[in-house]
Design a protein around this ligand. Sequence first.
Ligand SMILES: [Zn+2]
Length: 274
Amino acid sequence: MSVLPQPSASTDALVLRSWPCGETSAVASYLTRDHGYVKVIAKAARRPRSRLRPLVEPGRLIGVEFGLDPRRQLQYLRTGSVHLDPLADRPSLERSAFLLGALELVDRCRPFAPQAGSPQEPVDCAELFNVCEEFVAVLSSPDCSAPDFAFFGLEWDLLRLHGLAPDLGVCAACGADMPESCGEGLWFALAEGGVLCASCGTDATGAPGARRRLGAEAWEALRILAGPGSVQEPPGWSRALRREVGALLHGFLGYHMPGYRLPAALDLLRPRKD
Ligand SMILES: [Zn+2]
């Protein structure tokens, strides 16, 4: 009898979700750098001393080795180690909520496979992984003071990877160049998929419900989000401005992104009414 080596994969992964399985095992869903979305079974991972236990905690960035059997839906998790854990030292409620919200979003809004004959390029999972890796790195940094901002950046990147990010350079209706700063009178338009100049925005022929007036500060904020590089610390954004930007992005994602809804984890941050 010949013993062939079992094929296996060794890659980095973000733990998206995990579930108990049987008496002591766990199933975990990963976004990996090299193999896209993968589900693994971690045998006996819920035993206190299991070396697989740290590899099924959602939100962690890990290096892993798992079996690669195309006939199996669940691959066997073999070994691995933790690179980053954003929840390691007493995270704030805000940091936990935005991390869990991001995991939910990345798990739910999976890159679509293009239809036959469609010009749409498939979304590159390696690039999606890079975006998530950067987000987890920002959140894991001890001086991360704006997890909401990092989350907005992740949302913008998701839109960009799906080819849906609004073009802030031109009016989505007439194509006129947009001002670089002080965008008084501009509009954010869901149906048109971008921003509108002052005259197109007030044109009564469009769908008024799907438009929001953009304040000069919100316009500036969107331009920062759309700019290159990760945003670590927003320059003095007020709570109100953060809420405004969050609402614009959620509205836009809800309108354009298949499978999107506001992550349930963000409900933790709603002000209580008592
Ligand atoms: Zn216009």
